[in-house]
Design a protein around this ligand. Structure first.
Ligand SMILES: [Zn+2]
Length: 480
């Protein structure tokens, strides 16, 4: 019976694989164009608010007709101190003048030119469900008129000092998951995930002329205060602006790199470090996928954060500590490959991009400073996590919702995650390791990739070893 069982199991597996291949072929041939999102936004400096008209050419990303579609209205998460995506105990660092609310107020929703029924729900009031007048099989034009009140807050979304960040300011279409349901994730207190479906963006931003704007795909500076940005195949578009920006430019492998910082020297340093990181990773993993790369110094409550074609780096890092700045630029720039080009689920599987971005920063140190640079950073950052008994047995693959503190999150997912990648590199050999990563990049560039896609790229031995780490049974080897 056991033999017959095994035989049937093999046949079933074979049929399963054949079906999966057939289905994959079908979906690939039926691959759809991303949605197109056009945004017209005007900033009012007095009220720190935006007036927005957003038109979405909404393309059904799935195979089944949709009775409704879902958007994330992330500014609504900032409405109350209770729901704001701020870690407990970090409120003071996030709000320079005490709690300050943010919100998105919807004025009108049109579907194909007609008023449409909608509802706003979710724990953070950040989910917008729009009813389709008839089941949506192909595409519809959705127009949203709204205003956004920005919180006086540091970080991805808000204003402070003379700078403004618009991360998550606009409505983004929710990701349609593999089970046919929309992703209803809110903004977590720990971590900094992208929530949107992949789309092509065109943003026209009107600012008082005293501001300088930074963002990907910027089409020329505007004398009348009108700034235009274009970005393709991205889960979000992040721009920042400030009255105090100096601008510096550089080039790396034909890609225009521009940096924005409060001083000329700061901007030049950022542009230089960003260009170097872009060169290193293009060499290691494959060419950078976008036309330009923006780095902007900003008032953050973290060291840095990534967005497609753009990294924000905390202002304070430009004051003195050059080594930490270079490390943060290396980590954030690595996200242009891991997370922003190969787009992964940052809410449920943060390790997929974070651990790889962290280990890529070590590879950057090795490429620019030689083996001693690698060892120095490994010993300072990764070895303590690898030897930390309190992390032993904890799975690296955890959703963001399981973390209450950024401290544990970074030790476990970034640092122990980087230890996992180093172990895999030793296991697979450097050439095999880089071949696997560049293959993963090539295959999933500007598309969604699941953890199984990354594990698949590692081959059976690498994947088995990675699974041990991810599920919480790290078997440690020495450092480098
Ligand atoms: Zn990161």
């Amino acid at each position: 019976m056991a033999k017959l069982g095994a035989f049937l199991w093999r046949i079933k597996t074979f049929i399963g694989i054949a079906l999966a291949l057939l289905l994959a072929g079908f979906f690939l041939s039926a691959a759809k164009r991303p949605m197109e999102i056009a945004i017209e936004a005007s900033y009012d400096e007095g009220s720190h608010s935006l007036a927005v008209v957003q038109t979405v050419l909404y393309r059904n990303p799935g195979q089944k007709p949709l009775g409704f579609v879902l958007f994330h209205l992330q500014p609504n998460a900032y409405q109350s101190a209770k729901t704001a995506p701020v870690e407990k105990g970090k409120e003071k660092a996030s709000y320079p003048a005490g709690f300050s609310p943010g919100a998105l107020t919807l004025e009108r929703v049109l579907v194909n030119g007609e008023e449409a029924a909608y509802s706003i729900f979710g724990e953070q009031g950040s989910l917008l469900q729009i009813e389709m007048p008839e089941p949506l099989t192909d595409e519809a034009e959705i127009r949203l008129d709204y205003s956004v009140e920005l919180p006086n807050a540091r970080g991805r979304l808000g204003w402070s000092g003379d700078g403004v960040r618009l991360g998550g300011a606009f409505a983004v279409p929710a990701r349609l998951m593999e089970d046919g349901k929309f992703d209803q994730s809110g903004l977590p207190a720990v971590g900094d995930p992208n929530l949107g479906e992949i789309a092509d963006y065109a943003l026209t931003l009107r600012l008082p002329t005293s501001f300088v704007a930074a963002g990907p795909g910027l089409e020329g500076p505007a004398e009348d205060g009108t700034w235009r940005f274009r970005l393709r195949d991205a889960p979000e578009l992040l721009v920042a602006f400030s009255k105090g920006y100096c601008v510096a430019a550089s080039k790396a492998n034909g890609v225009r790199v521009r940096a924005f910082a409060p001083t000329e020297e700061g901007a030049e340093l950022l542009a230089e470090q960003g260009a170097r990181a872009l060169e290193v990773y293009s060499e290691l993993f494959g060419p950078y996928p976008r036309e330009d790369y923006i780095l902007a110094a900003a008032d953050l409550s973290s060291l840095g954060l990534e967005a497609p074609g753009c990294s924000l780096i905390d202002l304070r890092l430009l004051r003195g500590q050059g080594a930490l700045l270079e490390y943060v630029v290396a980590h954030e720039t690595a996200h242009q490959w891991w997370g922003m080009a190969v787009i992964s689920d940052q809410v449920r599987h943060a390790w997929q991009d974070e651990a790889l971005a962290e280990y890529s920063a070590l590879l950057y140190m090795e490429a620019t400073q030689g083996e001693s640079g690698f060892v120095k950073h490994y010993n300072a950052l990764v070895r303590p996590a690898a030897e930390d008994q309190t992390l032993k047995g904890l799975p690296i693959d955890l959703p963001l919702s399981s973390f209450e503190s950024d401290e544990l999150y970074s030790r476990l997912v970034y640092r122990l995650g980087a230890a996992m990648w180093h172990d895999l590199r030793v296991e697979m050999g450097n050439a095999g390791f880089l071949r696997a990563l560049s293959g993963y990049y090539r295959q999933h560039r500007l598309k969604w990739a699941e953890p199984i896609d990354l594990l698949g790229a590692l081959g059976p031995r690498g994947a088995n070893r990675a699974k041990e780490w991810l599920s919480g049974a790290p078997r440690l080897r020495g450092g480098n």
